[in-house]
Write a protein that binds this ligand. Structure first.
Ligand code: URQ
Ligand code: ZN
Ligand code: ZN
Length: 478
């Protein structure tokens, strides 16, 4: 399939310039002015921005969790993501404690074969013994995994205590992989949940009250200090509040290699949702860390603007009303998770670029390029250069959309951004040169996505040079 994109303005994390593009055989073949030639399709991108397709580094498609399974599949979720301008997800393999990591990895790989866009996996370390140590090595060396997740919350389920965090962080360093953390102190959450119920609080309002910002702040600080002692980089997912941001800013100002991610939801939604008179609406917002008091939103925006947070994600983990109702009598039984993959980029554009908080280039950085760099996908992903994958979103900065569960493509019956009108939305989403979101029409193909290997990070230059081969852009034809 040969595609020519004409008259557009290319916007990357570092440049904005008028240019045409020729995409062929799944990659960006040529970038330049006045490109002509025969093609299967020509798109006139006049007045539109040509940007790297969004990368959502935090999703949970069809996750088995809290006694049920997330309602979004790898196909429906990546298709909905394409409708929102995304061309890649990094999802999670989450072994049950005691479950063999390679078995769990193979299971998730099977589920993900239906994906409509490219995908990769972080692998969670939910228990520890010598076999985990060994399997981490196999996953890095043979399966293109370079990031391992640690849930510091969810006591009694997948929580990783310090005696798992320390050896696992050390193993990440040995392998050239990056540890990532869900930073909430699971012991405190467990204690505070019991406190809530002792006070007779069983409704959704018990959820935020049992995981206040200090619970996240303690865990973020502890994870960062462990990483500092072990001298391994660290990536903190879904940073939701000032208390978790402060240790990140402190560590970064001291030169420690710490990265932080924030969710579109945490940037825009506050904890008043948990006091909605309609139980189902309050429960639909139960996710962890919870939505916070309003003051944290501007603090997160400032962190994105200042570069103290580097990526945005969604933690797309969908549960429909009947699933959320599992916690009808006890908030701690409400499956945790909300959607967002279809709306993240438009929310970031409308609340970020339209307001002047972010430049268009910073928008590309926080929705695509930075995640590609941190997880060693760049410039194959997250860039508009010759030789990179033709993962592109053609953005219409003037078009508007009103977000609603009635019209979204996500396989869930609730939308946390319900009723929000955004200006600036995708007109076309192109996955490896194929137009899969076509001027409002979703043309995603089940199974068209590929698993993307992510090489480890190496400190010895020879290994780096070798690993760059797949990244090396083709020499521009003169
Ligand atoms: O904690 C996570 O990231 C997963 C289990 C999704 N659920 C959530 O509430 N964030
Ligand atoms: Zn989490
Ligand atoms: Zn998550």
């Amino acid at each position: 399939m040969k595609l020519i994109i004409k008259n557009g303005t290319v916007v990357t994390a570092d440049r904005t310039y008028k240019s045409d593009l020729i995409c062929c055989d799944g990659i960006i073949k040529k970038i330049g002015e006045n490109l002509e030639g025969k093609a299967d399709r020509v798109i006139d991108a006049e007045g539109k921005f040509i940007m790297p397709g969004g990368i959502d580094p935090h999703t949970h498609m069809e996750l088995p969790f809290m006694g049920t399974v997330a309602s979004e599949t790898f196909y429906t979720g990546t298709a909905a993501g394409a409708a929102g301008g995304n061309t890649m997800i990094i999802d999670f393999v989450i072994p049950n404690p005691g479950e063999n990591l390679l078995e769990a990895y193979k299971k998730w790989r099977g589920w993900a074969e239906k994906a409509a866009t490219d995908y990769s996996f972080h692998v969670a370390i939910t228990w520890w013994d010598e076999s985990v140590h060994a399997d981490m090595g196999t996953l890095v060396k043979e399966h293109g995994v370079n990031s391992f997740k640690h849930f510091m919350a969810y006591k009694g389920a997948i929580m990783a205590p310090d005696d798992t965090l320390v050896p696992s962080f050390k193993r990440c360093l040995e392998l050239g992989a990056i540890p990532t953390v869900h930073a909430e102190n699971g012991e405190l959450v467990y204690f505070l949940q019991k406190e809530m119920k002792n006070k007779g609080i069983y409704g959704p309002e018990g959820h935020p009250q049992s995981r206040p910002p200090m619970v996240e702040g303690e865990a973020a600080n502890r994870a960062i200090r462990l990483a500092q002692a072990i001298e391994v980089p660290i990536y903190v997912v879904h940073v939701s509040c000032q208390e978790a941001l402060e240790p990140i800013i402190r560590a970064r100002s001291e030169g420690q290699r710490v990265y932080g991610e924030c969710l579109a939801g945490h940037l825009e939604i506050d904890d008043s949702v948990y006091y909605n008179k309609d139980w189902a609406v309050a429960a639909a917002h139960v996710m962890s860390p919870p939505f916070r008091p309003k003051k944290h939103q501007e603090i997160l925006w400032k962190a994105l603007q200042s570069g103290n947070l580097q990526t945005t994600a969604t933690d797309h983990c969908c549960f429909c009303a009947d699933q959320k109702a599992m916690g009808k009598d006890d908030f701690s039984k409400i499956p945790n998770g909300t959607a967002g993959i279809e709306d993240r980029m438009a929310i970031l554009w409308d609340s970020g670029v339209n307001t002047g908080r972010l430049t268009m280039n910073e928008f590309v950085a926080v929705t695509s390029a930075n995640a590609a760099k941190i997880f060693n996908l760049y410039p194959r992903k997250g860039a508009i250069i010759e030789g990179a994958d033709a993962d592109i979103v053609i953005w219409d900065p003037e078009a508007e959309r009103t977000i609603s569960a009635k019209t979204h493509h996500q396989n869930v019956d609730f939308n946390i951004f319900e009723g929000r009108t955004v200006r600036g939305i995708p007109k076309y989403t192109i996955s490896r040169g194929n137009v899969i979101f076509d001027d409002g029409e979703l043309k995603a193909v089940e199974g068209a996505g590929r698993y993307i290997n992510r090489p480890p990070f190496n400190r010895d230059y020879e290994a780096v040079k070798k690993s760059l081969v797949f990244n090396a852009p083709k020499k521009a034809e003169r």
